[in-house]
Every structure is written in C-alpha cells, then in structure tokens.
Design a protein around this ligand. Structure first.
Ligand code: TYM
Length: 326
C-alpha cells in the first residue's frame, strides 16, 4: 500500500501537526510504502523570506527525523526537488473548474485574511492533488482540516480517468480517530494553527518544557469543574483528547481517571504528559539540525527515489493527454 502525506516547511510545527499527521506517519511507516514531501512550493503561495524558507525546510527535515520518521524506511523529500509536481499540477489545473477552487474553504479563509493574494493561493489544492496522484497513493493520512482538499484530489483523479481512461489511483483520506483536530488552547473553537491561532494557545513541538507547562496551565477551560467531554465544553474536551493521545488511552479512560479531580490538577497532568511526548523530539532535533550535510544527503536520496516514480507517472499523463513524446 502506497501512502503519501505532505507538510509545509513554514510556520513552526505544533501539537496539531504532530498528533494529526506526523505521529501517524511514524507509526505506520514500516507497514506501508510511504512518501512524505516537505511542500516548499505550497509555502510560497503566501510571501516568504528566501533565507527563512531555506532554513525552515531544513528545520522541518530535522524535526520529522527527530519525530521518528526513518529516511531509510520511508521516502522523505523536498517537493521542489521533483519538477514533476508543478508539471502535473498544470495539466490538472486545466481540468479543474475555476468555481470549484474559489469555493474551497481554506482558500476563502486565507484569502479573506489578506487584501491581495496570489493566484497560487487558489490553485494550491490542485498542486496538492498532483503531489498525491503522482505517486499513485492509496492512502493520505491527514488532519480534519485537509478533508476538502482530499475530496478535490479524488474528484480530479476520477475526472481525469473518465476523460482519458484509467490513469490515476483514486486516493483515500484517512483521519485519526483521535487528534484529527487539535484546538487552540486559548480559543478552543478554532483549530491549533501557527498562522491563524494564538501564540499562547499553540504548543510548538520544539517548545521547551517550561513553555509547554505555561501554555497548558493557562489553557482556557469552561465553567464547571468536571473533567468530561461535552459539546458546550470545547476547552476541557480538547484537553481530554490531548491527554488521551499523549498517554495512548481512550478519552473515556482519561475521564474516569480525572473526573473528580478538578481542572487545575488535570491541567498539571496534561502539561506533564505533553512534555513527555514532545521533549525527546526536541532533544534529538538539536543533534540532527547541527549536521546540515547529513540532512542534504538524506533529502537528495529521497528526491531520487521520488523522482523515479514521478517521472513515469508524468510520462503516462502526457501520453494520455496527447502531447508528442520529446
Ligand atoms: P500543513 O502543513 O498545514 O499541516 C500538516 C499536517 O498537519 C495536520 N494538522 C492538524 N491536525 C490536527 N489538528 C490540527 N490543529 C492540525 N493542524 C494541522 C494537517 O491536516 C496536515 O495533515 N496542504 C497541506 C500539505 C500538503 C499535503 C499534500 C498533505 C501538500 N500536499 C499532499 C497531504 C497530501 C498542509 O498545508 O498541511
């Protein structure tokens, strides 16, 4: 089974990225044939400082390896190293109705936050479809916020297959039973996000233990004192989910253990569990980030593996579409 899931290099990675995506990739890498691009082409849909983007790309490679992704087991690469991504994206763009992209929720959210935005911000999900379809991925493990992008990738694959004959695998998005939507600790109605969330409400994977403790302790909780999940209690519900993921338990088990302890003590325990979850990553990250040559080597090896597959898929697509072989 082929798996593909990407992640943007910019914006510091947070607990939502880790729990909703990275951790799941690490857990399943030995059972599947996994491809994980660091999607720098997606990052430039909004303005980036070139030097910061370059650093962030290497930072993320180190973070993913520190989190447990093994570059000898899965294929870890930088999207811009494989030129077939934008080349396939172009062909797919020409099959995608403008109205469909304009209505995408993430585009509306991001474009509304700016007075002027690039065309790339709108075609972003087509490039994402190209990432997936280039590798004939069966499964795409992502967080809830990517659901519409996955639906679009499926539609594009089906549309292409209908028009030109069976060419692409129609991919399936998979979402973790727990942790597919980690919420901001300060405003638990919105998902945790470096670009859209609050600083105090966003636990970064590389936050030192004391910062994590401070953020979790100051998490907004709801009225009452019972540690139980409820729709009208998004703050405590989010903390229960985080605790369950961090300790590998069911939310019911967490509720049973802390039900009558009150919010204060519960938050202390959640903070410790999150520190235990993330601290080993921070320590390994420090070692890896200090070896840029080793990182470059790993990424070159990943790009080579990815390129071999992408090249064949694009040739198949060009042939179907009617381009003359060069
Ligand atoms: P990105 O970089 O924003 O996020 C990476 C992964 O983290 C998940 N995630 C979350 N999960 C749970 N709770 C949250 N609060 C939370 N915030 C983020 C995301 O769902 C994602 O799985 N467009 C994609 C990158 C991409 C991609 C792809 C993904 C490009 N090509 C192909 C899959 C397949 C993005 O911006 O993810």
């Amino acid at each position: 089974m082929r798996v593909l899931s990407g992640i943007q290099p910019t914006g510091e990675k947070h607990l939502g990225n880790y729990v909703g995506a990275i951790r799941r990739w690490v857990a399943e890498q030995h059972e599947v044939d996994a491809f994980h691009p660091i999607v720098d082409l997606h990052a430039i849909t909004v303005p980036q400082d070139p030097e910061e983007l370059r650093e962030a790309t290497l930072d993320l490679a180190a973070l993913l390896i520190a989190s447990g992704l093994d570059p000898d087991v899965c294929t870890l690469f930088v999207q811009s190293h494989v030129p077939e991504h934008p080349r396939l994206s172009w062909v797919l763009e020409c099959l995608t109705p403008y109205g469909e992209l304009r209505r995408m929720p993430q585009f509306r959210e991001k474009s509304a936050a700016q007075t002027s935005f690039s065309v790339g911000l709108m075609t972003y999900p087509v490039l994402q479809a190209a990432d997936i379809l280039l590798y004939d991925a069966d499964v795409v493990p992502v967080g809830e916020d990517q659901r519409q992008h996955l639906e679009l990738a499926r539609d594009i694959a089906q549309r292409f297959n209908q028009r030109f004959g069976e060419t692409f695998v129609v991919p399936e998005g998979t979402y973790g039973e727990l942790g597919a939507k980690i919420m901001d600790l300060q405003s638990p109605e919105t998902r945790m996000s470096t670009s859209l969330g609050t600083e105090l409400g966003t636990v970064k994977v590389l936050d030192p233990p004391d910062t994590i403790r401070r953020k979790v302790r100051s998490a907004v909780t709801d009225s009452g004192r019972d540690v139980v999940r409820a729709e009208e209690k998004p703050g405590i519900t989010n903390l229960i989910e985080i605790m369950a993921v961090a300790t590998d338990e069911t939310p019911e088990a967490v509720e049973a253990r802390y039900a009558s302890d009150g919010y204060g003590r519960f938050k202390e325990e959640v903070a410790e569990a999150v520190v235990e979850l993330l601290d080993p990553i921070r320590l390994r990250y420090g070692e890896l980030r200090g070896s840029p040559d080793r990182l470059a080597e790993i990424l070159a090896q990943g790009a080579e593996k990815a390129h071999a597959i992408a090249r064949e898929t694009l040739a198949r697509v060009h042939e179907r579409v009617g381009f003359v072989t060069p």
